[in-house]
Design a protein around this ligand. Structure first.
Ligand code: NOJ
Length: 740
């Protein structure tokens, strides 16, 4: 449809119809036999029956059949036949689930992130999703925050930028109306990851310089790539909730970044500005949000019940309302919904595509690339196939390995580690014992009680704990090697899952402590959604493989890696702390006036732990052995006109082919503002044959040296810089150069 036609349509709309386009409700509403707005969820929303057939979009309903039904029913009653938009949270997969986003980022591979995203949206698109609430590009520095699991870029702004671009490309392609594409919704604008103390929804207060330097780039990258939609965040930014923050949404997002797409609030975030204490009631909340440029109100009745009145009273200019409505109509038009209101849905295609063999194979391959080998003493891994293995631990025979965003997944065919291990080496060679629960009853109920009564009870808990342990020890004694599968419960990470202690539960630590007394080789497989404090685990184990929540094909991928069919190549995108009290910890910190070197008393440090992270950013081992040498720079001086290059020789000094992520970091040694001790500026994931050596080259440009100063100017300052190349943020080779 041409723009003029959309404007015609807008002109024909009544005020109610316009407001309707800016409301989002749960789609199940339309599936009720007799839609009655005087009871149930609709009553809470205070939406009239009439208004229901004006609402513009639907949240989290999927499936061709359902979507067709809802769209048909809706269009039969909608006066101007404006189709509904279907939006969903397909975060790391639809029916086939891929590794959680933080894991995808640990592949340090745009291809891996792209392919996970692409298959997810092909499946979800076939099931009717028009808009996907992904990617989450929030920079995350505090592992206490449960949502670090959703961040592909982790603690690094550069990785955030790179992967934001990759994901937008993968979701939207060049034309979002084409088969297999959907509009992406970048979230959560902005700086949601910087909540104080890592507590979800908490206050964010930071300098604008800091915001622009570290937090803004990933959102900006997604916008540059053409992201169609943006979701506001729950937090405040410098005293004003993001959802009603005019500076953020009008000045930065619209004017400066040139974003022309749709802005949606997060779930009831407009209404929550009352709790924040900046809106006295829903009407004021509606006023503030629309004036800040929030187009759609997700799941609250604030717009539905107040916008019309606000326009009629002349408080909100109709022009402002029209702009928002036009943005929503434009998105529907770009998606081709006026011509085909069912979008990509097609029942036949849906059946064919969902969890097809190819998708499962992709998931297995991609999943293995996200694992991070944290420890491998005396080349414990890969394992030989002729060993008797004791598979122990609450994740040994457990299908809850998809992470917290897997509500649409098909769980029917997920295999457990036990099943695939038995297939691989024969059930006669696998001894299994559960060993322990993930959490004790009390700990589990601390989590579940917030769900409203859905708590668990473990009969004779202490006795059971003892029996599990005894069985595990018995089984372990008969084995050649112990594979211990432990981790966080999937309900311990994700939204509203902040933790004040990020250790493995005591009950699982006890299990490992007891097993360690047997002096057998222990390989620990770790399932979790955030960096954890791993010292006590790592010290008692010979090999440690971080598999995050690896998705539908996770068990197969683990088997591929532990038996050496796949050589691990993942690297951490977040620093792992020595203790919870060290959070937030990130590699690109400032030096301070008293950096901690050699245990000096009056230094910026904690008395009781080392100052470094336990595992640094960029860290991850391989079965191959990579050696770096011959760091060379093309010139010691760089100028506006002449970029320079830096090269390094990397050799795979082993008889196993493998991949290495070669990382480039820069430090501005003296500048007008303090600068981080290191900043990632480039990386290459390179495949090496056995004993192969390659020269790897990076270009250094002036753009890499720019930063935001206190006057909010973005520029590079002349002077000396250090450049580092290495296998992680800690182990690098370095040289100096000068910007003239
Ligand atoms: C709240 C979450 O913060 C957001 O990420 C999600 O997309 C919405 N709910 C919709 O489910």
């Amino acid at each position: 449809m041409k723009k003029e036609k959309l404007l015609d349509l807008l002109n024909q709309m009544t005020l109610e119809e316009k407001v309707g386009q800016l409301i989002q409700v749960a789609g199940e509403t339309f599936l009720m036999d007799d839609v009655d707005t005087t009871t149930g969820p609709l009553k809470d929303l205070n939406l009239s029956n009439e208004m229901l057939y004006n609402v513009g979009s639907i949240l989290n309903v999927v499936g061709s059949e359902k979507i067709r039904k809802i769209q048909d029913e809706y269009l039969s009653k909608n006066r101007l036949k404006i189709p509904l938009l279907f939006m969903a949270d397909v975060i790391n997969g639809y029916r086939t689930v891929f590794p959680i986003p933080i894991a995808q980022g640990c592949s340090w591979s745009q291809k891996v992130v792209h392919d996970c995203t692409r298959v997810s949206i092909k499946e979800a698109g076939a099931a009717g999703t028009n808009v996907n609430f992904s990617p989450m590009v929030d920079l995350v520095r505090d592992s206490r925050w449960g949502r670090v699991m959703e961040s592909v870029g982790g603690e690094d702004p550069y990785l955030g930028e790179v992967f934001a671009k990759t994901m937008i490309e993968a979701y939207q392609g060049e034309d979002i109306s084409k088969l297999g594409n959907a509009a992406a919704c970048v979230k959560h604008f902005a700086a949601y990851g910087a909540g104080e103390g890592g507590r979800d929804y908490n206050t964010v207060d930071m300098s604008e310089k800091e915001f622009r330097q570290y937090y803004l780039p990933a959102y900006q990258s997604a916008i540059r790539e053409g992201a169609e939609m943006i979701m506001t965040s729950f937090n405040t930014i410098n005293g004003i909730p993001a959802t009603v923050n005019q500076w953020l949404l009008r000045d930065v997002l619209r004017k400066e970044l040139g974003f022309q797409g749709v802005v949606i609030s997060d779930y009831s975030a407009i209404e929550e500005t009352i709790n924040h204490g900046v809106s006295k009631d829903k009407k004021e909340a509606a006023y503030k949000a629309i004036m800040a440029g929030v187009d759609i109100d997700m799941m609250s009745s604030v717009y539905a019940n107040n916008l019309k009145e606000l326009v009629e009273e002349g408080k909100v200019p109709e022009e402002v309302l029209n702009e928002s409505v036009l943005r929503v109509l434009t998105l529907k038009n770009k998606l081709g919904l006026f011509e085909n209101p069912y979008g990509n849905t097609d029942e036949e295609r849906e059946k064919k595509i969902l969890k097809s063999k190819e998708n499962l194979e992709e998931a297995r391959r991609l999943s293995a690339e996200t694992f991070v080998l944290l420890k491998n003493e005396k080349q414990t891994l890969p394992l030989e196939k002729n060993k008797k293995i004791a598979l122990i631990g609450p994740y040994g025979n457990n299908i809850a390995i998809l992470g917290s965003w897997s509500m649409f997944s098909d769980k029917s065919k997920i295999q457990t580690l036990k099943e695939v291990l038995e297939e691989k080496i024969g059930s006669e060679n696998v001894l299994y014992a559960k060993g322990s629960e993930i959490l004790r009853e009390k700990e589990m109920n601390q989590i579940l009680s917030a769900d409203g009564g859905n708590i668990i009870h473990i009969e004779n808990e202490e006795e059971k704990e003892k029996a599990y342990l005894e069985e595990a020890i018995e089984v372990a004694k008969q084995s050649d090697v112990i594979v211990l599968a432990i981790g966080e419960h999937y309900r311990q990470s994700g939204e509203a899952c902040s933790r004040a202690n990020i250790e493995i539960s005591q009950i699982q630590q006890n299990l490992l402590n007891e097993l360690a007394k047997l002096n057998k080789t222990i390989v620990t497989i770790l399932f979790n959604g955030r960096p954890l404090v791993l010292k006590d685990i790592a010290e008692k184990t010979d090999a440690l493989l971080e598999v995050w929540f690896p998705g539908t094909e996770g068990a197969n991928a683990i088997i591929d890696v532990i038996f050496g069919e796949v050589n691990p190549s993942g690297k951490l995108t977040m620093s792992f702390p020595q203790a919870t009290g060290q959070c937030p910890i990130y590699y690109n910190h400032y030096n301070t006036g008293r950096p901690h070197i050699n245990n000096i008393r009056f230094a910026s440090r904690y008395q009781d732990i080392p100052t470094d992270s336990y595992y640094p950013f960029g860290y991850g081992l391989s079965y191959s052995k990579f050696e770096y040498s011959d760091l060379k720079i093309s010139s010691k001086k760089i100028s506006q006109k002449a970029p320079i290059t830096i090269s390094v020789k990397v050799k795979n000094n082993s008889n196993l082919a493998g991949k290495e992520v070669i990382q480039l970091y820069i430090q501005d040694l003296v500048a007008s503002n303090v600068r981080p001790v290191k900043e990632l500026k480039g990386f290459k994931k390179v495949y090496f044959e056995a004993f192969e050596e390659k020269e790897i080259t990076f270009e250094i440009t002036i753009d890499m040296l720019k930063f935001w100063n206190e006057k909010l100017e973005y520029k590079a300052e002349s002077g000396e810089f250090k450049v580092f190349v290495g296998t992680n943020a800690r182990d690098t080779k370095e040289l100096k150069f000068e910007l003239i």
